[in-house]
Design a protein around this ligand. Structure first.
Ligand code: BMA
Length: 843
């Protein structure tokens, strides 16, 4: 009787989350054994569980990293008891789904081995009907350390690969990088659940369109549907915003996986645009599939845009740029790395805050770099919403890879899982095979260092081609047709001339090559997908990991507290072998190197921001030769001295403020070429505009020797010279040139030019003063400078948030009104705020 009743009722798939009641225990490994199982969080990671149970100290504090390596060298087991719901047990198909297992995992259900996983980036789904019973069931996941497996696999190969981590499909940065610690994590790092269904299940929906300018717009909705039997399936498509049905039909399905294509139409289609160029219109489609009383439903969000990667021979070499909806777009952005070494603790608030900072700095592109992870859905949703285009690398970086069948199959499955998951996001504009593998192979001397024979080299390169010219583009073509695929970033190593006339380039002459910042003005690629310079994180962040001795006494007459650095700890939070030395070396070229540590931190940030600034402006001015600038790197995965502009806590370093100004859609920049000073204006908008340009040459105390005011007409999406003046470096040493672009009395952009490095300027006391008032949207800070102030730095300790601007220069007599994003009132802010400039760091 019960059976008949169930069969008559419509049956929908059911999910039961299995995230409660987990424990973890150490199975074997080294010295620091943990006795007995302890509670575990799922999704999570072993390091966080040990931390949560008070069994280890904070992995990011001090030099703890060195003492905690045993965790990644041990085996661990997660276990949980669970009771499947009656709705689950009644279904004909019951699957256990792990959206992510990190990494070598054996999964046991009631002591039967049901799954062996070996790829952190794949979703694992396995049938468990027959093994699951009513009442308590036991699930156990045993993780083996990747290091041992890497060694075994390396020993089985007749030649070495540059780094053994190549054998494991796990986020490469977790084995350590030149900005990240070595924490070889393991665990159930993404959701886990039972998924039970009768008759059919929708696996994937992809929305495709061949053009963007028809109305109604013809859509092809592709759906992968798994069917338990041969049957006729009724399909209905709804537009979620209007609730209206947009298509319906029937399809004959075979037992197994079926792909159907449903033609549909979209009335009055509106386009998705990158930030600043238009709105970010998103649509939602709901697909319902039903057969024999069973049904399933899938919801997809998508946007309508046409993106082309234009690579055409031109007078210079070959172009490399993105055209969106027919408009060439200059890409302004950065390289993104994972936000933590322990990924499960990056919550929604952190993603939102990060993307807010990205959009707030006038960016329109992020490159998800190939040494990290394929991001979660939230990340791409936020990029869609903010109009941030995504350059998506596959997760391969700075290494060569094996080419055996198991490895290739694993890579292919990983690519299918991720491309099909991400493909509907209009923000994703390019898939790229890897980071610096081609460059490494051709320029980093591996063949020689690793003693490859010609046969070894041929084999390794053929394996490369198999993955990056074979498997990955095929998957993109199948699951995200129409989106560009680029085998490797960069296309050519930065030491070769070709790097600057075609393709994308990672220009590392500044930093790695120790070339001066000025070289940014000469090494301009067609699309500069990496370049960068390090700066220290804010002092508060350094304090968070114990990098300074905060108990030190204040120095009489000193500005603020005098903090004593702890070199050993600072060095452990600086992962580049020559990082500390290079920062100092470059600082000596431009600035008086401060004695006080607090000042050193501040100047290191200014150095980074102003140095990289040369690249930001140069790249933009070089439009259309150059059509993209993505600096290294947006963010950090722990508190560290690195190339980032946002630190681990999301705090804005000087760099991020400079980026915000340099990426303004309309900006000006003064440049000095030989004895000609020119102001160049760049307008990213597709419309032209009129503005007022004010320029003056003045002494640091404000006395002007030249002032000019004129109306300028800015070309649409153009670069042009709007002012020029003869000015010889040696006669202008005690002068500064400042220009401002104004529209309706509001400043759109400004530019300051000096005729000597800062260390040679005779900086006056700016006599900065400020006032804080309660404004309608929070406190308002009014800062005033009596004389020139270089790099005015507003600092608040103990309050999270950023200012509307910071780390800026002020001419004599200038007044600036600023706001603060944190949720505080004027009196709290006034209590915490200190303001200084470079003058205050001079002895
Ligand atoms: C780039 C990146 C990373 C690295 C950075 C700084 O090439 O791809 O490999 O962290 O350089 O050295």
């Amino acid at each position: 009787m019960a059976v008949t009743l169930a069969a008559c009722q419509p049956s929908h798939p059911e999910k039961q989350s299995l995230e409660d009641g987990w424990t973890v225990e150490q199975l074997g490994g080294s010295e620091a054994a943990i006795a007995g199982p302890v509670t575990a969080s799922v999704p999570g990671s072993i390091h966080l569980d040990l931390l949560g149970n008070g069994l280890i100290d904070d992995p990011f504090f001090g030099t703890n990293e060195y003492d905690l390596q045993w965790i990644g060298e041990s085996s661990w087991a997660n276990s949980a008891m669970f009771i499947p719901g009656p709705g689950i047990l009644a279904k004909e198909n019951i699957e256990l789904v792990f959206e992510g297992l990190d990494t070598y995992a054996r999964v046991y259900l009631n002591d039967s081995l049901i799954l062996e996983a070996d790829n952190m980036f794949r979703t694992w789904r396995t049938g468990v009907q027959g093994l699951l019973h009513s009442g308590e069931n036991r699930l156990m996941v045993v993780f083996s350390p990747p290091g041992d497996i890497n060694k075994q696999k390396a020993a089985a190969l007749p030649y070495p690969l540059p780094d053994d981590r190549a054998f494991t499909r796990k986020a490469p940065y977790q084995f350590g990088w030149d900005w990240g610690p070595e924490y070889v994590t393991c665990g159930i790092w993404k959701p886990v659940y039972l998924h039970a269904w009768d008759g059919l299940r929708i696996e994937r929906v992809h929305v495709e369109y061949a053009s963007i300018d028809e109305d109604p717009l013809p859509l092809l909705v592709h759906a992968d549907i798994r069917s338990s039997r041969d049957q006729t399936v009724r399909l209905r498509l709804f537009d979620d915003s209007s609730g209206s049905k947009v298509a319906s039909g029937k399809a004959e399905m075979k037992k197994g996986l079926n792909t159907v294509t449903i033609p549909a139409g979209l009335e009055d289609p509106e386009l998705w645009w990158p930030a600043e160029l238009g709105q970010q219109k998103m649509y939602t489609l709901r697909l319902r599939a039903a057969a024999g009383g069973n049904s399933d439903e899938a919801v997809v969000r998508y946007g309508i845009r046409e993106v082309k990667l234009i690579r055409e021979p031109d007078e210079y070499g070959e172009s490399f740029f993105f055209s969106v909806n027919g408009l060439p777009v200059f890409a302004k952005g950065a390289n993104y790395i994972p936000q933590d070494n322990f990924l499960s603790r990056v919550d929604t608030a952190r993603y939102e805050r990060l993307l807010h900072s990205v959009a707030g700095a006038n960016m329109n592109m992020l490159r998800v770099w190939g040494g990290g992870i394929y991001e979660n859905d939230l990340f791409y949703d936020l990029c869609d919403e903010h109009g941030i285009m995504v350059w998506q690398d596959f997760m391969f970086a700075c290494n060569m890879y094996p080419g055996d069948e198991d490895f290739l199959y694993n890579v292919q499955r990983e690519a299918v899982d991720n491309v099909s998951r991400i493909a509907n996001h209009p923000s994703v504009v390019i898939w790229c095979g890897n980071n610096e593998v081609d460059e490494g192979w051709h320029n980093w001397g591996w063949q020689k260092q690793l003693g490859y024979s010609p046969e070894d080299s041929t084999k390794i390169w053929n394996d490369y081609l198999e993955i990056f010219e074979g498997i990955l583009p095929e998957v993109v073509n199948l699951y995200d047709p129409g989106t560009a695929y680029h085998p490797s970033s960069p296309m050519t190593g930065w030491g070769r001339d070709k790097a600057y006339t075609q393709g994308d380039v990672h220009y590392w002459g500044v930093w790695w090559g120790e070339e001066p910042f000025d070289m940014y003005r000469y090494k301009i690629g067609r699309f500069v997908s990496e370049y960068g310079f390090q700066g220290m994180p804010p002092l508060e962040t350094i304090e968070s990991f114990g990098g300074v001795d905060t108990r030190a006494k204040p120095v009489p007459g000193g500005v603020g507290r005098s903090l004593v650095p702890r070199p050993e700890i600072l060095e452990s939070h600086q992962k580049h072998p020559r990082g500390t030395e290079l920062i100092r070396k470059y600082m000596e070229r431009e600035f008086n190197v401060p004695e006080k540590f607090v000042d050193y931190v501040y100047i290191s940030q200014v150095l980074q921001a102003e140095g990289m600034g040369q690249a930001f402006y140069t790249h933009r001015i070089a439009r259309p030769w150059c059509m993209g600038t993505l600096y290294w790197q947006l963010n950090d995965c722990w508190p560290v001295t690195s190339w980032s502009g946002l630190d681990y806590y999301g705090r804005w370093k000087a760099l991020h403020y400079h980026v915000k100004r340099a990426y303004e859609p309309v900006m000006i920049r003064a440049v000095l070429v030989d004895s000609l000073l020119a102001v160049i204006a760049v307008n990213d908008h597709p419309e032209g505009m009129k503005a007022i340009l004010e320029s003056s040459m003045q002494y640091f105390d404000g006395r002007r020797i030249m002032h000019d005011e004129r109306e300028v007409e800015l070309l649409p999406q153009g670069t042009q010279q709007v002012f020029s003046l003869p000015a010889a470096k040696d006669t202008c040493q005690d002068l500064l040139f400042v220009a401002r672009l104004l529209m309706d009395g509001e400043e759109l952009s400004n530019t300051f030019l000096y005729f000597s490095p800062t260390k040679n300027l005779d900086l006056p006391d700016p006599e900065l003063s400020w006032d804080i008032r309660e404004g309608t949207g929070g406190p308002v800070i009014i800062v005033e400078a009596r004389r020139l102030a270089r790099q005015v730095f507003l600092e608040v300790k103990g309050l999270e948030g950023h200012f509307s601007d910071n780390f800026f220069d002020m001419a004599a007599g200038e007044k600036r009104t600023l706001t603060f994003s944190g949720n505080v009132n004027a009196s709290v802010l006034a209590e915490k705020l200190t303001i200084k400039s470079i003058y205050d760091t001079l002895e």
